[in-house]
Design a protein around this ligand. Structure first.
Ligand code: MRU
Length: 348
């Protein structure tokens, strides 16, 4: 299985290894990231991306900051500032600040303790993803029927987006392994094409039958009855279950409600942010105009035209049939609010 992010032990030259997701699938190039500024750049360019992978990047980023700090003679304040800039490199996925906060709590105990915590974040993510995949597959088969299912998904939620295995993608993988997945419609996911470039690459490697479709086809694919359910990942799930995910997700939810088929959100519990009450309080990252106005690096819009480029949207909880984490399946329509409460493990 591909590892999107790993820690490489090399004494004073220890560093983070990332597969550069901006180059996939054309090139499988690894980035050796030894400095905080390089890590922030990789996060902002989406060389490493996906909420759970960003959680691991936050954890390993703290270890990197301690190493670079001792190499470069940083003061404690400078180390703190470096950790804060990693935590804030992208605003919407709660896992990034959560991972940096969780590992950062141990910085007074030194590098080895911080690194152990970062490894724990990554290991727990893989365990969580495998467990939520089993729970999600069980729920879907019980709800829809024990037969090979047709799915639609958006963005990339596979091994590339996590420490390992995947979330929404993990459920698809689990169904496939059980012989219960007929076909996946993978949305291309404009403007950075995580679906066409990354999800399709993973589906192909895993031998899962799929078709890539333009984002604009998604609601019609659902309304025409071509799929049995939709499953997406999450960047942040609020206390009431409202969910931020890659822009375009809410269109799937609306169409699923109209068609009367399940719309499922899958994420490790580290993506739950009980400190944010509702979806309208989530900060939505807005990215550069050129991502929308150019195609293949060439500007295709009329010069001078501006873009609106929100990277995420929010699906209200009443459009979500089930939120699947490793702790269980929550059905927002049938469970009392708030769905999620703060506890010591989930507060960043
Ligand atoms: O901008 P990205 O590629 O980081 O957005 C990723 C998504 O929206 C994913 O669906 C989400 O982070 C869940 S990944 C398991």
């Amino acid at each position: 299985m591909i590892r999107a992010i790993e820690w490489v032990d090399a004494g004073a030259d220890s560093h983070i290894r990332l597969i550069d997701q901006t180059l996939l699938p054309a090139e499988e190039t690894f980035l050796e990231v030894g400095e905080v500024a390089q890590l922030i750049d990789a996060i902002q360019r989406l060389a490493v991306r996906g909420a759970p992978a960003l959680g691991a990047a936050g954890g390993y980023g703290v270890a990197l900051a301690l190493l670079e700090g001792s190499r470069s003679g940083w003061s404690a304040e400078e180390v703190d500032a470096a950790i804060a800039s990693i935590a804030n490199a992208r605003p919407t996925a709660v896992n990034l600040a959560w991972g940096a906060g969780r590992a950062g709590r141990f910085r007074a105990e030194g590098f080895e303790r911080v690194l152990a915590e970062a490894h724990a974040i990554a290991a727990e993510d893989e365990r969580a993803n495998r467990e939520l995949s089993r729970l999600g597959a069980d729920w879907l088969l019980d709800r829809i029927g024990h037969r090979p299912l047709r799915a639609i998904t958006h963005c990339n939620t596979g091994a590339l987006a996590t420490a390992a295995w995947g979330t929404a993608y993990g459920i698809l993988h689990e169904l496939h392994d059980r012989g219960m997945l007929e076909l996946v419609y993978a949305d291309e996911t404009r403007p950075l094409l995580q679906g066409t470039r990354l999800t399709s690459w993973e589906l192909h490697r895993d031998g899962i039958p799929h078709l890539v479709q333009v984002d604009g086809a998604a609601s019609s694919t659902i309304l025409r009855g071509l799929v049995d359910f939709a499953v997406i990942g999450a960047d942040r799930i609020t206390a009431d279950g409202d969910t931020a995910n890659k822009v375009g997700s809410v269109a799937l939810a609306l169409a699923c409600q109209r068609r009367g088929i399940p719309f499922v959100v899958a994420a490790p519990h580290s993506t739950v942010d009980p400190g944010t009450a509702t979806g309208d309080l989530i900060e939505i990252e807005e990215r550069g105009d050129e991502e929308v106005l150019a195609f293949g690096g060439v500007t295709v819009a009329t010069p001078g035209v501006r873009a609106f480029n929100p990277a995420f949207d929010v699906t209200p909880h009443d459009l979500i049939s089930a939120i699947v984490t490793e702790r269980g399946v929550v059905e927002p329509g049938s469970q009392p609010q708030p769905l999620f409460r703060a506890d010591s493990e989930t507060v960043a």
